[in-house]
Each structure stands twice: as C-alpha cells, then as structure tokens.
Design a binder for this molecule. Structure first.
Ligand code: MG
Length: 159
C-alpha cells in the first residue's frame, strides 16, 4: 500500500448579499463568501489537500474561475469530481482533517451536518472526516469578519 498526504488552504472574502456555504451546507448569516462558485472555503481546502496528495495540481487548475461552467457552482460537485480524478489514478481517501477560521457565526452546531455531507462525498466513515473551527481572537482579516479561511490535510492510499 502506498500512502500520500496533502495540504490545502483557501480564503474567501465575506460580503453582504451572498449566501454562506461551508462544508457543503448553507449557514444563515448576515454575510456570505464571495467567489466564482458557491465559495465554500472548506470544501475548496479539502479539494486542494486531495489534489496535492495525488500530485494533481490544484483546484484553480481543474476548475478555473474564468470558466462559466463553474460560475455559481456547488462545491460538492467540485469535490465529487476531485474524488473521481483520484479514483482514475487508483487513489482512495483515507481521512481528512480540517480547520475553519472565522469570527462568526458559531460553527460548532453545524459540524455534524458538514461531516456527514463530506463523508458521503469521500465514501468515508464520519470519524474519518474531522472539522474544527476557531476564531482569530478578533485579529486580522478573519477577526475583522472580512474573510473566512480554511486549512485541510488529507491522506490517500493506493494498493
Ligand atoms: Mg476557493
């Protein structure tokens, strides 16, 4: 068995007038993330962790923001396509660990639903999908609620 690890990181601006999608679910909030797709920063970080582990470039390479196909795209579709790309190379996902950084709203109540969605997309048990959330203690762009950030690591395996 061959194992690889990958790391992914993403940032999106938070603005009034956009929906907030995080970890594949919509969260009620006064601001949403700005982006070409639904701007789901957590799913984007996980996509990049998986692509990175497989040495398959990054999310911007596979789903360019100049391509109208991805305008307003559901990032769950992007993650499902990433899983397919890995599958074509013989990779399956072992586990994912991630951290969301945002000041508001409180993410903890939404984490079980996010884990369920992501586990289904990655064909994993829920305990193989970890999501943590932290604030930035009012510091920086996260602390000023100007943006949201996510980091993720993933392990993939191939027989
Ligand atoms: Mg992104």
């Amino acid at each position: 068995m061959t194992f690889r690890v990958g790391f992914g990181s993403d940032v999106h601006q938070l603005v009034v007038g956009r929906e907030l999608w995080l970890g594949g679910i919509r969260i009620e909030h006064v601001k949403g993330a700005l982006g070409h797709s639904d701007a789901d920063v957590l799913l984007h970080a996980i996509c990049d962790a998986l692509l990175g582990a497989a040495g398959l470039d990054d999310i911007g390479h596979h789903f360019p923001d100049t391509d109208v196909r991805w305008k307003g795209a559901d990032s769950k579709v992007l993650l499902a396509q990433v899983v397919e790309l890995l599958k074509e190379k013989g990779w399956t996902v072992g586990n994912v660990d991630s951290t969301l950084l945002l000041e508001r709203p409180k993410i903890k109540p939404h984490i079980p639903a996010m884990r369920k969605v992501i586990a289904a997309l990655l064909a994993l048990d829920i305990d193989a999908v970890s999501i943590k959330a932290t604030t930035s203690e009012t510091l920086g762009y996260v602390g000023r609620e100007e943006g949201v950030c996510a980091h993720a690591v993933a392990l993939i395996q191939r027989a």
